[in-house]
Write a protein that binds this ligand. Structure first.
Ligand SMILES: [Fe+2]
Length: 211
């Protein structure tokens, strides 16, 4: 099991490669994913610790250059999709998932790697763990974009702690879907590329909620 001391060391290591502004966001995502985690993994301390780890590592390669991102992928024989190349801001999720086993082997848990790998695009069949990181990245307390604030407020104002587990999971699905819809509208507004995984994540969440 990961210890609080390991987490503290990880915070220091991550802060040494990120700007202060980005680190503040990362710490806010850590807090938010823990807050969300208590709703879904209460009593499961291992998952709660791993959520902290995934949050701390999700943007670890966000501040290296596009060229370095591409080099990392090349060195691991990963061929990015045209949609990924057209939208370089999503590539850091791939590279982070690739460097974690090398640079942070103690934290290379499958759940962490998947949550990091898919935190920008989402994917079909996301686990609760993945959805928590995905949503926490959108609604963390440093986000000042009105739709982020509204989703954060609405999510907690609905008192998910009083919902039964099934309804609470649907609440998470609805929130993840809302963040995806918002991201899609934003990308379309800017004429930017849309990753096919984001579209399959949306379709999957919609289908789950209609069941
Ligand atoms: Fe982030």
């Amino acid at each position: 099991m990961i210890t609080p001391i390991q987490i503290e060391k990880l915070r220091e290591d991550v802060s040494s490669v990120l700007t202060e502004k980005r680190m503040n966001h990362v710490l806010a995502v850590e807090k938010m994913s823990f807050r969300l985690g208590l709703l879904y993994f209460f009593g499961d301390d291992e998952s709660l610790m791993l959520l902290r780890v995934a949050a701390l590592l999700h943007d670890v390669t966000k501040e290296i250059s596009d060229g370095e991102q591409l080099d990392i992928l090349k060195n691991h024989n990963i061929e990015p999709l045209p949609e990924e190349l057209a939208s370089m801001p999503t590539i850091h999720a791939l590279t982070a998932a690739v460097v974690i086993p090398e640079r942070f082997p103690a934290f290379a848990d499958e759940r962490v790697l998947n949550a990091v790998r898919y935190h920008t695009t989402g994917r079909e069949g996301m686990s609760i763990f993945e959805k928590i990181i995905f949503l926490a990245d959108f609604i963390d307390e440093t986000r000042t974009y009105p739709n982020c604030i509204a989703l954060r407020n609405d999510f907690f104002a609905a008192n998910p702690e009083y919902m039964d587990y099934e309804e609470r999971v649907r609440h998470l699905d609805r929130a993840a879907l809302r963040s995806i819809e918002d991201t899609l509208a934003h990308l379309r507004g800017k004429g930017r590329a849309i990753h096919p995984l984001t579209l399959s994540a949306r379709a999957d969440l919609k289908a789950r909620l209609e069941r």
